[in-house]
Structures are given as structure tokens and as C-alpha cells.
Design a binder for this molecule. Structure first.
Ligand code: S3P
Length: 178
């Protein structure tokens, strides 16, 4: 159960387009928990993410991401949605895991492309002519990092509510008690 082992946070991670933010908001509402989005923390304290990539590069973004993760990881009773690359730094996962369960949301590459088709806010996919290929390559490179999570949910054929309910079910949280 969520409260066991002093873990009171639920951390949602996974590739771009798997629904971390949408699911996180719904989950927080269902469980009456606070919702935090690490990408949003970065944008509030620095600037829009595409601008960080464009002006300063990915390394700077990853440093800002680590600071945002530290801040988010310190909270209690929070649903934390992370950016898709948070797993690349083991320090991030260590910090988030100290108070939270790490839930990996996944989706098939075709589903990810479809969900992101009207978006222009993902610098890592913006340049690619062949989006499916770019997604597959990034997923392959990240596979070993994504494996280091506590729960795994394929969101490809589920609605936002169904994913939120599945997380609650797998964590064994008694919703009525919250
Ligand atoms: C990134 C994912 C993005 C954002 C940044 C880098 C990644 O967040 O943090 O563009 O490395 O996968 P979302 O997963 O919320 O799109």
C-alpha cells in the first residue's frame, strides 16, 4: 500500500506522449494529493523548455531537470509527473524513489506519434523527419533506464481514467479512505 515503507508519493515517468501529465492530474484529484510536474517547475524557474534546448543545449536542460527533481522529490503526499528523460540520471531516480513509487507508463511508438502529432514542444523529436524511427531509437537507448521502475503500465489502449485506476489498483490504495 502507498503509505507503507514511508513512501507517500507517486512518481509517473515514461516516454514523451505516454500521458504522464494528464494521468497525474487525474490521479492527484482522485486521491486528493498535490500534483507536481517537473517540466512545469523548470519552465517556472527558467524559461520554456524548447528555448532552453535552443539557447543552451540539452546538458543545461538536464541540470535544470535535476534541480526540479530534487525539489519535487522532497514533497510528501504528491503525484509527481516527470519529463521522459528523468530516468537517464540515476540520481534522479534515487531521489524520487526515497519517498515515492516509480510508475513507468509506456505506449507503442505508433500511439506516441499519434498522440504527439499536433505538438511542437518536444525538442528531441522536432528535427526528425521520420518520427517513428526517432522514437524507436530513443526508446531503445533508454530501455535499460526505463526498466529501473517499480510499476509498469502500457497506456496504448487505455483512457486517462483507466490508467489512473490501474495505478490505484496496482498500488493497493483504498480510495474511499483517502
Ligand atoms: C524529454 C521529455 C519532455 C521534456 C524534454 C525532454 C525527454 O517531457 O522533459 O523535452 O528527454 O524525453 P515529456 O516527457 O513530458 O514530453
Amino acid at each position: 500500500m502507498l503509505g507503507d515503507q514511508l513512501k507517500s508519493n507517486i512518481v509517473l515517468t515514461g516516454f514523451m506522449g505516454v500521458g504522464k501529465t494528464a494521468v497525474g492530474k487525474q490521479l492527484a484529484q482522485l486521491l486528493q494529493m498535490e500534483f507536481i510536474d517537473t517540466d512545469q517547475l523548470i519552465e517556472e524557474s527558467v524559461m520554456k523548455i524548447p528555448d532552453i534546448f535552443r539557447l543552451y543545449g540539452e546538458d543545461r536542460f538536464r541540470r535544470e531537470e535535476m534541480l526540479a527533481v530534487k525539489k519535487a522529490a522532497a514533497c510528501s503526499n504528491c503525484v509527481i509527473a516527470t519529463g521522459g528523460g528523468v530516468v537517464l540520471n540515476p540520481e534522479n531516480i534515487k531521489a524520487l524513489r526515497s519517498r515515492g513509487w516509480i510508475v513507468l507508463l509506456t505506449a507503442r511508438p505508433e500511439v506516441i506519434v499519434d498522440r504527439l502529432k499536433d505538438e511542437a514542444t518536444r525538442p528531441l523529436l522536432q528535427q526528425a523527419d521520420d518520427k517513428i524511427k526517432a522514437i524507436r531509437e530513443l526508446l531503445d537507448a533508454r530501455e535499460k533506464y526505463y526498466r529501473n521502475c517499480d510499476l509498469f503500465i502500457d497506456t496504448s489502449d487505455l483512457s486517462v481514467s483507466q490508467v489512473a485506476e490501474e495505478i490505484i489498483r496496482q498500488l493497493g490504495i483504498p480510495v474511499a479512505d483517502k
